[in-house]
Design a protein around this ligand. Structure first.
Ligand code: SF4
Length: 251
């Protein structure tokens, strides 16, 4: 039996995939993006979050049966609204065996995996075999910049992108627009060239910068130190994608 740890379950979400969805936020992420707006998602362990409303514990352990039971309660509503379940994080690949078991217990619900792509190919394949759609984050193509701003190499992420495409699982590429970091013409153009023509690609979503990215750091005793100019306007350059024949939109 593989249990999982979850830091939030959000119902009636309309931004995490088609229709109305329940989004499960898994705790634990191998990356440490400077712009992460859910810093409590990074540690795989429960931790105390202190807010004006008082302290709360982020991180609840579930068995697959417990979590599937909670999610299946909403099955009729989710199906009626052409939605389903989205597994997000944190990083779902860190708990792939648990999620795979939960999916196997779902009542025929549409499944989206929202991933940064950093995980073993075997873990990814477990989820690809069960997902209806993948939201796949691409942040930086330059390896040194990727390591500098996320703490990890992008080698696995680029490898798993090819694995996903070969599996023909439909996917949406999501690019967080971080001012002066991921939104440069050079990086956006490199992403466009990389994904152009990949089997399975539905579109590219450019995600506007979240100005509240640093809001939660103090609540877990950390200092927000982004290392870029938050006030700089982002460069949502859709033209580089159009030039590469890629359907892209600003969400
Ligand atoms: S991949 Fe997502 S959850 Fe992980 S550190 Fe980056 S922004 Fe945060």
């Amino acid at each position: 039996m593989v249990n999982g740890i979850v830091f939030d379950i959000r119902e009636f979400s309309v931004h995490d995939g088609p229709g109305i969805r329940t989004t499960v936020f898994l705790k634990g992420c191998p990356l440490a993006c400077r712009w992460c707006h859910n810093p409590e998602s990074q540690s795989a362990r429960p931790q105390v979050v202190t807010s004006p409303a008082g302290p709360r514990l982020a991180g609840t352990v579930y068995t697959p049966e417990e979590l599937a039971g909670i999610l299946n309660r909403q099955a009729a509503i989710l199906k009626d609204n052409e939605g389903g379940i989205t597994f997000s994080g944190g990083e779902p690949l860190t708990q792939a065996a648990f999620i795979a078991r939960v999916i196997d217990l779902l009542d025929g619900l549409h499944v989206v995996i929202d991933t940064c792509g950093y995980g073993s190919e075997a873990s990814f394949r477990l989820l690809l075999a069960r997902a209806d759609l993948v939201y796949y984050d691409l942040k930086l193509i330059d390896p040194a910049l990727h390591r500098s701003f996320t703490g990890r190499s992008n080698r696995l992420i680029l490898h798993n992108l090819r694995v996903m495409s070969e599996c023909r699982t439909p996917f949406v590429i999501r690019v967080p627009l971080i001012p002066g970091v991921t939104d440069t013409d050079e990086n956006l153009s490199a992403i466009a060239q990389l994904v152009s023509g990949l089997p399975g690609l539905i579109r590219v979503d450019l995600l506007p910068y979240n100005p509240a990215a640093g809001a939660k750091y103090a609540a877990i005793g950390r200092k927000f130190d982004p290392g870029y100019d938050e006030a700089r306007p982002v460069n949502a350059n859709l033209a580089v994608f159009q030039a590469a024949g890629v359907d892209a939109r600003l969400t």
